[in-house]
Write a protein that binds this ligand. Structure first.
Ligand code: PMP
Length: 406
């Protein structure tokens, strides 16, 4: 079936903007994606007709809300290949999911224990472990980039494991380089040392089918807002035995079995980790985002984004002074670049004046910037709704501004 990008675009009214008299070309999908009307209309419908708190007893309206939230949980579980629905915890996002694991699972670690991270991590997969290190005295060991400055130094990864290693945590896809890490092999190596793994899937789930059971990930985390869903919702997948062995992260309503001043007992999974009222409307609408992705299909999305990525990179290579960061053969549709010695901010500002919406800066990956010997990049990132015409506009804009920046 032919990929009908115009039909897809009609579902995304947010794309229909212009800046400085130019139609907007939205190329900041790594930061957040636009949201289809199917999701927004569901949010509106639920706010107007079905606003009732979840897990609040016998009222029909509350029961409906609970059913909707739990239907999304089942949908997510089946979608990512979780072994059971209780292994899916709703959080506020990737960041909160990682903080939850670091704070709760991390309580078992002690001084001298080592956690393996990589140099290409987003700050949200670095700082929670540093906070844990401050509390417990664990050490962080960091996998460097290989000589291609794009992929991880796999041999270093292998050699970092020793009898003090207690955890490994790394991204599936880099938000700066677009590199798709060989997570399956990386998990297998960690497991051969008896080490559990957290995979940060924030940049994978919007672009590729993820099966946590096939990967054998111990924890897998992602954010709804980057995968065409509502803001403020994330998922933590965890293997049941690990989640069961972990103490609660936050205390409050819903996460308890019974409370007394003599002692409190916890609710069963998944509720043990879901203190307080969740964003139950957003969670229900996340269901529609998953349905939307499935209605297009990951294979079709991948082919479309890859075609645009190759087309954009080919065009960019012809531009004087262009430096692209991230040349892994397994690369997602993220292009980080600099033009000559021009500051990323100046490039981004000029692109903005032409309606091209990109991201500039360190992209919450300062250790990676340091490893690359730069302060920041300009980042153009694609989604299922971008078009070849938009890439042409992007390339035209780059050709216009490059001489000004030289
Ligand atoms: N990890 C990666 C790889 C990311 O790209 C991001 C978002 N830029 C995050 C984690 C954090 O996601 P959130 O802000 O939605 O928690």
């Amino acid at each position: 079936m032919e990929y009908n990008v115009e039909k897809i675009r009609r579902d995304f009214p947010g794309l229909d903007r212009s800046f400085y008299g130019h139609p907007m070309v939205y190329l900041d999908n790594t930061a957040t994606s636009q949201t289809p009307r199917q999701v927004v209309e569901e949010i509106e419908r639920l706010y107007y007709n079905h606003k009732a708190n979840v897990h609040r007893g016998v009222s029909s309206i509350s029961q409906e809300a609970t059913d909707r939230q739990e239907a999304t949980r089942r949908r997510v579980a089946e979608w990512i290949g979780a072994g059971s629905v209780e292994e899916v915890i709703f959080t506020r996002g990737t960041t909160e999911s990682i903080n939850l694991v670091a704070a709760s699972f991390g309580q078992r670690f002690k001084e001298g224990d080592e956690i393996i991270l990589t140099v290409m991590e987003h700050h949200s997969n670095i700082v929670p472990w540093q906070l844990l290190a401050m509390r417990t005295g664990i050490r962080l060991r960091v996998v460097p980039l290989g000589s291609d400055n794009s992929t991880l130094d796999f041999e270093s990864y292998r050699l970092l494991f020793n009898d003090r290693t207690v955890m490994a945590s790394f991204c599936h896809v880099s938000n700066v380089l677009g590199t798709v890490n060989p997570v399956s092999e990386m998990i297998a190596i960690a497991h051969s040392h008896g080490v559990p793994v957290l995979v940060d899937g924030a940049q994978a789930v919007p672009h590729m089918k993820v099966d946590v059971t096939a990967l054998d990930a111990d924890f897998y985390v992602f954010s709804s807002h980057k995968m065409y869903g509502p803001t403020g919702i994330g998922v933590l997948y965890g293997k049941r035995d690990l989640l069961e062995s972990m103490p609660p992260y936050q205390g409050g309503g819903e996460m308890i079995s019974s409370v007394s001043f003599g002692g409190t007992t916890w609710a069963d999974l998944p509720f043990k980790f879901e203190a307080g009222t969740p964003d139950f409307i957003g969670i229900a609408a996340l269901h529609r985002a998953i349905d939307y992705i499935d209605s297009i299909g990951y294979d079709a999305i991948y082919r479309h984004e890859k075609e645009l990525l190759d087309y954009a990179v080919d065009g960019m290579k012809g531009i004087e002074g262009m430096r692209i960061f991230g040349n892994s053969p397994h690369k997602s549709a993220v292009i980080s670049f600099l033009i000559g010695n021009a500051h990323h901010y100046d490039t981004g500002m000029l692109l903005d004046k032409l309606g091209i919406e990109v991201r500039t800066g360190h992209h919450c990956a300062q250790p990676l910037m340091r490893a690359l010997g730069i302060e920041g990049t300009v980042r153009a990132s694609l989604a299922m709704y971008n078009t070849k015409e938009e890439i042409d506009m992007f390339l035209l804009a780059l050709r216009r501004i490059a001489p000004m920046l030289a």
